[in-house]
Design a protein around this ligand. Structure first.
Ligand code: HPA
Length: 233
């Protein structure tokens, strides 16, 4: 047990799918996992462990932001022997020509967050995800005929932020999200596997947003890709 996770070590699978929203964790577990068992509900941050195509998987919500993701991914990696965490989230788009519903894999994130400095004295602004996991996801997307582009994301601590155009342009960040910098930092320090899939839910240039039904449908495509990829790890 940890301050934020109440279950025993063997209640968590080595492979974890991580949405931000606890309701999405429940949705994924109920829709896609066999024999899903609720293993955590501390602070209503739900974790479920079950089977996808006979492979044991845990779906665990991260909450919003680097601070919350930092706590859960650290505890899962360090105290529950988790081998890989694949985040499945939403993001905002900085580009007019990126459509709502488009799916991306984040090979890197650029961030001004202090998370890496505070966590491990790492003075880095660019943090990478794991190449072997990314390659597996790209290959799986091709097999499933899912359009997937690998990009650098901008990671922010403040949802209501002032966009730093020169930095965003310098690193060619096409999207913005709030959790991957902490996840990638923890995985790097603890020598674990990580990646992030994001679906565009808001276009910050045009102001277009997903309806709740569209959100659910596009989310399903991302979840299937995440599950089909992680079982190969
Ligand atoms: N900013 C940051 N994170 C997000 C956004 C956004 O506009 N949309 C979805 N996640």
């Amino acid at each position: 047990m940890t301050p934020h996770i109440e279950c025993q070590k063997n209640d968590i699978a080595p492979l974890v799918i991580m949405p931000g929203d606890p309701k999405r964790a429940r949705y994924i577990a109920e829709k896609y996992l066999k024999n899903a068992k609720l293993v955590n509900s501390v602070r209503e941050e739900y974790g479920y462990t079950g089977f996808y195509k006979n492979i044991r998987i845990t779906v665990f919500s991260s909450g919003m932001g680097n601070a919350s993701m930092g706590i859960y991914s650290h505890e899962l990696f360090k105290f529950y022997d988790v081998k890989a965490i694949l985040r499945v989230g939403s993001c905002g788009s900085y580009c007019k020509n990126i459509n709502i519903n488009d799916l991306f894999i984040l090979s890197n994130v650029f961030s001004n967050s202090n998370y890496a400095l505070e966590y491990a004295n790492l003075n880095e602004k660019l943090m990478s995800s794991s190449k072997i996991l990314n390659d597996t996801i790209m290959k799986t997307a091709e097999e499933l005929k899912i359009n997937l582009e690998s990009i650098t994301g901008n990671n922010v601590d403040a949802f209501y932020n002032i966009i730093n155009e020169s930095e965003v342009n310098k690193y060619n960040c096409k999207i913005v999200e709030m959790e991957s910098f902490a996840l990638f930092t923890n995985a790097k320090v603890l020598n674990k596997l990580c990646s992030t899939l994001v679906t565009v839910s808001d276009n910050l240039v045009t102001g277009k947003k997903l309806t709740s039904l569209e959100r659910e449908k596009s989310f399903d495509k991302m979840i299937i890709l995440a599950l089909e990829s992680i079982i190969k790890i």
